[in-house]
Write a protein that binds this ligand. Structure first.
Ligand code: GLC
Ligand code: CA
Length: 554
């Protein structure tokens, strides 16, 4: 496969609202990010993915954009942004922007115009339909609760919103709209940004028949008619031809509902669409009757088979994007490890497991400290509209008990990942001198950056070493991937091979001692999360990676 800087990189996701507040208003901001660039440089990451910083009424924390070319007031202004970009580049850190173009805010000038009249020049920038028998055009349910259609008085028609009411979907079948989006993208690229993470880009092309979806719960499922729709690849190729291909940048698509076959189209190296995509199968394991709302533990064999499928499936075709967590997911160590007794071991183990697979690893802010789920016990502590809407819908309309729903929120709510970054043991974890917009996780006195920077054995310093490995060892980037211990429901192990070198990675996903084959004498250990040697047992959440000459290869 071709080499590229983004294959040799580690990406760090910043959720600006919760990263660092520079002026005491309780909201993270761009100056706050600038003040932490040296922290990131020390960690060793290469690229920052910046969650949206554009002007927004914040119905969905910036994923509802009212002006793509302005900075959200709470975060600063364009001068601050330019400074951030320059300061990052000075440190050889690239920045990729969140591109949210499946929808805008209803406060975006295009929508304000669009809803005015049926013959407004912007009418066709959005998806408008007549009602059916005085009701919604079809039975689709919004992913954030309620119908996916909103009636609009002015013209007595409905507009589509896959997400919140305040996030109307753009009509990508309109070529004028597409050109406007490309123009905006060029404007950012000319500024010097290094690429885009494309929000729910798999949803931009809708089935033109708008058929009813299969009902589960209260509404019909729109997924089959909106994900990977009829023109999505055509539009991405057009975007690539007209915009992306003209710059030395990287792109990663958030491709909700993506299958391996679809991913090969989005991210196939010969397809001229995107560089890589996020797939969600490993974070959606256990989804059932109420979708993501459940408290099922992870089945390791299922988890392994998902990674095996993606690693093997894209080999020679496309590039994997590797992640345990992001701003929409619970904290990695709480979901896949043990955030209590084996907190430190399991957080390090998860790092090893992910970073040495084939693909580009993404670290979500705080993961490098082993930050855990906040697990709020009061509904009033939650800020995320998805969580709050789901609570009301499930408890008030679907008969789920309040206690049961609360345990689901504690495990799965997006707010688990959105509590402020834990910088120090000072008040509010050093995130703000004011009142934080969302509560700080109560464990900040134990888990914080300051303590970990000073401790050579901390999770932070372990992540540093992991990142270094990618920069030093070609095999981490380019080696082929093969699963080992396939049948084990306790060990996640694989090997990477590059010419006559082999890299073996062994991870114990349990709190038990687990027997394994041991480590060959000639092996060179690259990283491990216990200090002394292991013998023939992997200890609780132990992780070891070693390199060895592969004498089975010519
Ligand atoms: C993506 C974002 C999520 C947002 C949604 C709607 O899934 O990651 O945070 O709520 O799109 O924009
Ligand atoms: Ca602030």
């Amino acid at each position: 496969m071709k080499s590229a800087w983004w294959k040799e990189s580690v990406i760090y996701q910043i959720y600006p609202r919760s990263f660092c507040d520079s002026n005491g208003d309780g909201i993270g901001d761009i100056q706050g990010i600038i003040s932490k660039l040296d922290y990131l440089k020390r960690l060793g990451i290469d690229i920052i993915w910046l969650s949206p910083v554009y002007q927004s009424p914040n119905e969905d924390n910036g994923y509802d954009i009212s002006d793509y070319q302005k900075i959200m007031k709470e975060f600063g202004d364009m001068e601050d942004f330019d400074k951030l970009l320059a300061e990052a580049h000075m440190r050889n850190i690239r920045i990729i922007m969140d591109l949210v173009v499946n929808h805008t805010s209803d406060e975006h000038a295009w929508f304000v115009e669009s809803r005015k009249s049926k013959d407004n020049p912007y009418r066709d920038f959005y998806i408008w339909k007549e009602g059916k028998d005085g009701k919604e055009p079809n039975n689709w349910g919004s992913w954030f609760g309620g119908s996916a259609w909103q009636h609009d008085e002015a013209t007595d028609m409905y507009y589509l919103h896959i997400f919140a009411k305040k996030q109307p979907d753009l009509n990508w079948d309109n070529s004028e709209l597409r050109q406007k989006v490309y123009e905006m993208m060029r404007w950012w690229l000319e500024k010097g940004v290094d690429g885009f993470r494309m929000d729910v880009i798999s949803l931009i092309s809708k089935n033109p028949d708008f058929p009813d979806g299969e009902v589960n719960g209260l509404y019909g499922d729109l997924t089959p008619y909106c994900a990977h729709g009829p023109h999505v690849h055509e539009y991405l190729q057009e975007m690539n031809r007209e915009v992306l291909s003209k710059y030395d940048i990287m792109t990663v698509g958030e491709t909700a509902c993506v299958t391996l076959e679809e991913a090969k189209k989005y991210a196939g190296e010969d397809r001229n669409e995107l560089d890589m995509v996020f797939q969600f199968e490993h974070v959606e394991l256990g989804s059932g009757k109420y979708g993501k709302w459940n408290d099922k533990p992870i089945d390791l064999r299922e988890l392994k088979s998902v990674f095996q499928k993606w690693e093997e499936g894209l080999e020679g075709i496309g590039w994997n994007a590797l992640f345990w967590s992001n701003h929409d997911q619970p904290r990695a160590v709480s979901r896949f490890g043990d955030d209590k007794e084996y907190w430190e071991y399991s957080a390090k183990m998860l790092g090893v497991c992910l970073h040495l697979m084939k693909g580009t690893p993404y670290i979500y802010q705080g993961e490098e400290l082993g930050m855990t789920n906040a697990g709020f016990t009061e509904l009033s502590d939650y800020r995320d509209l998805e969580s709050i809407n789901a609570y009301h819908e499930m408890v008030e309309e679907q008969g789920v008990s309040a206690e049961e729903m609360m345990t689901y929120l504690q495990k799965k709510s997006r707010d688990n990942a959105r509590t402020p970054m834990q910088w120090s043991a000072e008040e509010n974890a050093g995130f703000t001198t004011g009142v934080p917009w969302i509560k700080v996780n109560s464990n900040y006195k134990q888990i914080n950056a300051q303590a970990q920077l000073e401790n050579p054995d901390s999770i932070y310093n372990f992540y540093r070493r992991l990142i270094q490995l990618r920069h030093e060892e070609e095999i981490v980037v380019h080696g082929s991937f093969e699963m080992l211990y396939k049948e084990s429901d306790q060990i996640f192990a694989y090997q990477r091979v590059l010419s006559n070198i082999k890299l073996v990675v062994l991870c114990n996903f349990t709190p038990n001692h687990v027997a394994f084959d041991g480590i060959p004498k000639k092996a060179q250990i690259l990283i491990e999360n216990y200090k002394d040697e292991c013998g023939n047992y992997l200890r609780p959440y132990e992780a070891i990676a070693y390199k060895i000459l592969d004498d089975t290869q010519g």
